[in-house]
Design a protein around this ligand. Structure first.
Ligand SMILES: [Zn+2]
Length: 367
């Protein structure tokens, strides 16, 4: 009950702010208002629910969101077997809200049958409902073969696996590389979420590891993989790690017509650019409206503080919604200065928040 009251008061507060600041837009039928947030159907293709808990799922239900719950080969998460089991369970219990993506580990990488072993696991996962497969930045940045050489995404050993994903009509989700901020000292990073993450995860803060492959090398490895699989349904998670420049991201989308990108944890980087040149960022979203997918990277683990998670989810959703739908001045926690919304028209917002994801993951379309 406390949660419902909180939600109600939070939305009322946002509604009041909206009425005071954007009377023009609220009367224009081409744009959504902040009040429309709850009623418009939405899809978030990037969440990590690693526990039987249902905080994220219940809040998604209450706010008209479908979600893709994605497994990740990261050591801070439960073992892969457990991640896949909990995802399948959520999918069985709430198939109208949740679909899921599986992942594979690099265990036995040096075994000649590694690709075959992974394919047989993926076959099982696809038969049990998985609609996508995620690769993570440990490929390219961390994992090594038994000779000590870094394993990269363009390694021929991945080709059979990726071909299998494509043949089965599934989607490859890839978090490759890192935001460009990762190669800068903390005090030069453009957004607070990167400063927080890299101060807590020095292993992945590439500025501290000059012996590791450069930003461009890691981007190139992902791109060489894609060049080998031009018809693969592909989503570059986190704006394909090209979050710092809409020009670079546009060039990527032009080069790979089957690639889409999600916005998870990189909307602040977009807003940073939009503070310099709002028209340019808005033009990017208009031009690539069929290729961009809303996502958040919300996580629910056994030790998550659920009240904090709910608060974070509602704040993120409503800040993002105001930025994309209105021309209000929005304060966001990741930036020192506020940013003006880019007021995308309804039909563009419908694609970014629903249509583009439902083309890739049609199972939830009718539910
Ligand atoms: Zn993620």
């Amino acid at each position: 009950m406390k949660q419902i009251l909180f939600l109600f008061s939070f939305i009322s507060l946002i509604s009041c702010l909206n009425e005071n600041k954007s009377n023009v837009k609220t009367s224009d039928a081409s744009y959504y208002t902040v009040e429309d947030f709850k009623s418009v159907r939405k899809f978030d293709i990037h969440v990590h629910i690693n526990t039987p808990g249902k905080t994220i799922i219940n809040l998604a239900k209450a706010n008209n969101f479908k979600m893709l719950n994605v497994a990740v080969d990261v050591s801070s998460y439960p073992p892969m077997e457990q991640q896949r089991t909990v995802r399948e369970k959520h999918f069985q219990e709430d198939p109208d809200v949740i679909t899921y993506g599986t992942a594979f580990t690099l265990d036995n990488w040096d075994h000649p049958d590694w690709s075959k072993q992974v394919i047989s696991q993926l076959k099982y996962d696809f038969e049990h409902g998985a609609v996508a497969v995620k690769t993570w930045k440990n490929i390219g940045m961390e994992a090594r073969d038994n000779m000590g050489k870094l394993i990269t995404l363009d390694d021929p050993k991945f080709d059979l696996v990726i071909q299998f994903i494509e043949d089965q009509g599934k989607v490859l989700l890839s978090h490759a590389g890192e935001p460009k901020n990762c190669w800068l000292p903390l005090n030069e990073m453009t957004v607070k979420n990167d400063r927080d993450y890299f101060s807590e995860n020095p292993l992945y803060h590439m500025y501290l590891h000059p012996e590791m492959p450069s930003y461009e090398e890691q981007i190139n490895q992902r791109d060489s993989m894609l060049a080998k699989h031009p018809t693969l349904p592909f989503v570059g998670f986190h704006m394909a790690s090209l979050e710092w420049s809409v020009d670079r991201l546009a060039a990527f989308l032009d080069r790979f017509p089957n690639a889409r990108v999600d916005l998870a944890e990189r909307i602040s980087h977009t807003q940073y650019q939009s503070q310099q040149d709002r028209d340019k960022v808005r033009a990017f979203f208009m031009k690539y409206q069929d290729r961009i997918i809303y996502a958040t990277d919300f996580q629910e683990n056994d030790d998550t503080n659920l009240a904090d998670l709910e608060k974070h989810m509602l704040e993120t959703w409503l800040n993002d919604w105001r930025y994309f739908n209105t021309d209000e001045i929005v304060s966001v926690p990741q930036l020192d200065d506020p940013v003006q919304g880019i007021s995308l028209p309804k039909e563009v917002v419908d694609k970014i928040y629903w249509g583009n994801a439902s083309i890739l993951f049609p199972a939830l379309e009718s539910k």
